[in-house]
Design a protein around this ligand. Structure first.
Ligand code: 13P
Length: 254
């Protein structure tokens, strides 16, 4: 596929996989995807599997991501994980502000912006998630919601930091529901988000930023979604948990 920006396809494993299961999965992915150079491939296991997965993908084309990170560097924050701890496992990417965390952990745009700054301060790359709910879409609030989330979640980032930030557009109504946004809906939202980045940063930055689509991505719809001009990859949930489906998504997008 001829794209302006290199595709980045990440598997968000969410709260799935024991260490043994995680190793099975990445060993299979290494075999299937060993020759792929056209796409940046990322897996985001739960924290408990980062160490072993990190060793298993050493010297491979698969990069490691975490699913969350503390905005603080060290100290009395029970249950939290700091950037320096992720770096011990050669983590390169950190998913921030996933809609599940916005919903269940009540993460706000302001908190996500603090986390994004902490991720950059550690020379890691954030994957910042945004997206509207079904109710918001039905009330025609999609653009307003996305604009607010982009401004709030990326507040304070420099142009250089923004250029190294990945966005993931994940319409909440499409996550885990089997309902994918149509290619037209995805492209429209992605182009709108890029337009917000032009106003907030500048044209050069906006052209560099990769915007992933997420929400019921599977082998049968991935290629068409990623063929859209402003769709620069995918953040895959359920279909990233099996070697076959995740590798088919990646191979199908080349
Ligand atoms: P599904 O691919 O399972 O819909 O999940 C999408 C998602 O939330 C990825 O972060």
């Amino acid at each position: 596929m001829n794209k302006e920006r290199k595709l980045i396809i990440a598997g968000n494993w969410k709260m799935n996989k024991t260490v043994a299961e995680a190793l099975d999965l990445v060993r299979g992915l290494k075999i299937e995807l060993g020759n792929v150079k056209e796409v940046d491939i990322v897996v985001c296991p739960p924290f408990t599997a980062l160490g072993e997965v990190s060793k298993a993908i050493l010297d491979s084309n698969i990069r490691l991501g975490a699913q969350n990170m503390s905005e603080n560097n060290v100290g009395a924050f029970t249950g939290e994980i700091a950037a320096v701890m992720l770096k011990e496992f050669s983590v390169r990417y950190v998913i921030l502000g996933h809609s599940e965390r916005r919903q269940y952990q009540k993460e706000s745009d302001a908190l996500i912006a603090k986390k994004a700054l902490a991720v950059h301060a550690a020379a890691l790359k954030p994957i910042v998630c945004i997206g509207e709910t079904l109710e918001q879409r039905e009330k025609n609030q999609t653009q307003q919601v996305l604009e607010t989330q982009v401004h709030g979640s990326l507040a304070g980032l420099s142009k250089e930091q923004m250029s190294e930030t990945i966005l993931a557009y994940e319409p909440v109504w499409a996550i885990g529901t089997g309902k994918t946004a149509t290619t037209a809906q995805a492209q429209e939202a992605h182009a709108f988000i890029r337009g917000v980045l032009v106003k907030m940063f500048d044209d050069t930055v906006a052209r560099k930023v990769r915007i992933q689509y997420g929400g019921s991505v599977k082998p049968s719809n991935a290629r068409e979604l990623m063929s859209q001009a402003d769709v620069d990859g995918a953040l895959v949930g359920g279909a990233s948990l099996e070697v076959r489906s995740f590798s088919d998504i990646i191979k199908g997008s080349i």
